[in-house]
Design a protein. Structure first.
Length: 115
């Protein structure tokens, strides 16, 4: 059974940093691309960053240069380091894996960027 558990969210001032983590279990973690999505109030869920099984990465334009996605295949963890946070980064952030055509989600972790 696929399980994804996010942690690390919270309240941070503009310009600050947060590190989100996702602990994964129930599947062969190392062979799957892992994703971070976010959903802001009143908006659709959107992809923020992806790390492929070979460590290639993809970032949405708003995340480029500020966010870094990484993975630890030994520990089955995927991280999202977020720097220079802006109020528009406020959202619930979700860890995601697509396995056998099924999208699996964690419960989400809330990030609020506000002074």
């Amino acid at each position: 059974q696929v399980k994804l558990v996010e942690s690390g969210g919270g309240l941070v001032q503009p310009g600050g940093s947060l590190r989100l983590s996702c602990a994964a279990s129930g599947f062969a973690f190392s062979i799957y691309d892992m994703n971070w999505y976010r959903q802001a109030p009143g908006k659709e869920r959107e992809l923020v960053a992806r790390i492929k099984s070979g460590d290639d990465t993809y970032y949405t334009d708003s995340a480029k240069g500020r966010f870094t996605i990484s993975r630890d295949d030994a520990k089955h963890i995927v991280n999202l380091q977020m720097n220079s946070l802006k109020p528009e980064d406020t959202a619930v952030y979700y860890c995601n894996v697509r396995r056998l055509g099924v999208m699996h989600w964690g419960q989400g972790t809330r990030v609020t960027v506000s002074s």
